[in-house]
Design a protein around this ligand. Sequence first.
Ligand SMILES: C[S@@+](CC[C@H](N)C(=O)[O-])C[C@H]1O[C@@H](n2cnc3c(N)ncnc32)[C@H](O)[C@@H]1O
Length: 226
Amino acid sequence: MAHTTQLSTQDLSKYFSNINEVSRLDTFADLVVTGVFPNIKEFCEASGMFKAYHNYVHRPTQKYPPYAKSIYVVGDGQSPRCGVMFAFRTKDINIYSIDPEMKDKYLNWTTDDGVPVSEWLGTPVFDYEIKCRVRRLRCYKQKIEDFGAEFGTQVLCPIIVGCHCHVNLEKMLKCHLLNGVAETYAILMPCCISLINNDQKKHIIAEYHDQGIPSAHNKVYILRWE
Ligand SMILES: C[S@@+](CC[C@H](N)C(=O)[O-])C[C@H]1O[C@@H](n2cnc3c(N)ncnc32)[C@H](O)[C@@H]1O
C-alpha cells in the first residue's frame, strides 16, 4: 500500500517561504518578465540568497553606507538570476554577475524590441524605478579569475554571492578587486564541489539549511572578513 505523509501547515510555510516572499513583492511581475528565471526552483534559490544577505549582511549597524558595497555574483549561470534578484531588491548597490557561460544577450542586455536596458523609459511593463534597478546590474562572460571590471564608486565592502557555483572561495578571493578591501562578505550555497577550505571556516558567521529552497543542496554559509 502506498505510504503518504501529511505535511503540517508549519512545514508547508517553511517549504514555500522563499517563493511566498518573492511573490508578495510589488516587482514580482517584473521579475517574471525579465525571463531570467526558468522555473520556481531558481526563484527560490535566488530569493534564499537574497534573504541571507538581508538577514546577515544588510545590517544598519554596519560601518559602511550602502553605496560603498558591491555585490559580485560568481557563477550566476547562463542568465543572471541572483544578479536580477539582488538588483530588484536593493538600492544604490552595483551588482556584477560573472559566469563564463553567461549568454551574450545579457552582456548588452536589451528588451525584446532591441532597446538597451540602460535606455528603458517607463514602458508599460518596466517602470522608471525598475529600469534604474536593472541599470545597476552588469553581466560578464568571464571566469572570476579573469574578472577585473569596475564601475561606480570605490569598493569598500564587497559581497560575494555564490549559488551552486562551481568555483571555490579561494579562487574568488584571488580576484584582484577583492584583495585588500576593508570588509568582505561571502554568501555561499555549495552544490557538487566544496567551496570553503579549512582555513576559511573560521570566517563563517552563520550556516543553516534553507528549507525554502527545493534542492538537496540547500545549505547556506555566510562568511565575513573584517
Ligand atoms: C551548477 S551551475 C550554477 C548556475 C547558477 N548559479 C544556478 O544556481 O543555477 C555552476 C556555474 O558555475 C560557473 N563557473 C564555473 N567555473 C567558474 C569560474 N571560474 N568563474 C565563474 N563562474 C564559474 C559555470 O559556468 C556554471 O554556470
